[in-house]
Write a protein that binds this ligand. Structure first.
Ligand code: PMP
Length: 287
């Protein structure tokens, strides 16, 4: 069966869901998006994702053509029409179709797309907290500073992160850790980072990274477990000397980083706090 896609108010077979070649997200990356995970038919933190999308749209001054509740319903309806139980969904909002000039006034009507993938067919490790842990490098590509493009804006232009990802691929490792222009740790191209030391969790400051929804969940979970959490300016030294380093994301869950720049983290295995948080998080997804 062909996938069903939501496009500007209609549910269409994927082959008929076409976006204009004059669309400003295609031409300039002008827009924003969200990804939401659905487990056993239930979306995880859907309202938080919708709120973040509306905030991104506010910053970009793009009007979302649906109210938040209607947008949430459209996400669920897209999943339902595809018949998926476990899905990865994405809402994409674009400035819309317009004249080929990077002037936002020339695209008057936003384009709104919702797609869903069946997670049933994907290797479990990639989309869950399972797995042994990732080997990483610190990328030479720096995370865009907030004075240029605000990292809390989940924009449709991911070149900054893609450059870092290309470095990881070239180095033959799983992911890349990006520093900011002052040498402080930010995030990987698609995951927030936590450092664990002496039973405490530290994570880069909110203005310097995407305000990850899984990051928030982990901060709450850690506190419930009695592990204090704080935001901090972290450097490569803090990564190399940590007991554990873990990452959080909607798509990948909670994953350990077991090596950074050839240095094993802790004993080089997924640590007990990462393991416990991963198990608790996976249980939350289906509860
Ligand atoms: N940072 C970046 C740059 C991302 O793209 C993502 C994935 N959305 C994350 C962090 C993790 O955020 P979340 O937990 O909301 O998926």
């Amino acid at each position: 069966m062909e996938a069903i896609v939501y496009l500007n108010g209609e549910y269409l077979p994927a082959s008929q869901a076409k976006v204009s070649v004059f669309d400003h997200s295609f031409l300039y990356g002008d827009g924003c998006f969200e990804t939401i995970i659905v487990r056993q038919g239930r979306p995880f933190r859907l309202d938080e994702h919708i709120t973040r999308l509306f905030r991104s749209a506010t910053v970009l001054r793009i009007r979302i053509p649906l109210a938040p509740e209607a947008l949430a319903a459209a996400v669920l309806e897209t999943v339902r029409r595809n018949g998926f139980q476990d899905a990865y969904t994405r809402i994409t909002l674009s400035r819309g179709e317009g004249y080929a000039s990077a002037d936002p006034r020339l695209a008057e009507k936003a384009t709104l797309v919702i797609i869903a993938y069946d997670l049933g067919g994907h290797p479990a490790e990639r989309f869950t907290s399972k797995g042994p842990g990732m080997r990483c490098i610190i990328a030479s590509t720096r995370r865009t500073p907030p004075v240029c493009v605000e990292p809390r804006l989940k924009a449709n232009n991911y070149l900054n992160q893609i450059f870092a990802r290309m470095e990881a691929v070239a180095a033959g490792v799983d992911d890349a850790i990006m520093l900011d222009i002052a040498n402080f740790v930010t995030e990987t191209p698609s995951r927030n980072i936590f450092v664990v030391r002496d039973g405490k969790l530290l994570t880069p400051r909110a203005h310097n990274v995407l305000n990850g929804i899984t990051r928030e969940v982990v901060m709450d979970l850690a506190q419930k477990n009695g592990w204090p959490v704080a935001e901090a300016d972290l450097t490569a030294y803090d990564l190399y000397t940590a007991d554990e380093v873990l990452t959080t994301s909607t798509a990948g869950g909670i994953k350990a980083i077991v090596e950074v720049d050839g240095r094993p983290i802790g004993n080089g295995q997924k640590g007990p706090i990462t393991r416990a948080l991963g198990e608790q998080y996976e249980a939350m997804l289906v509860s």
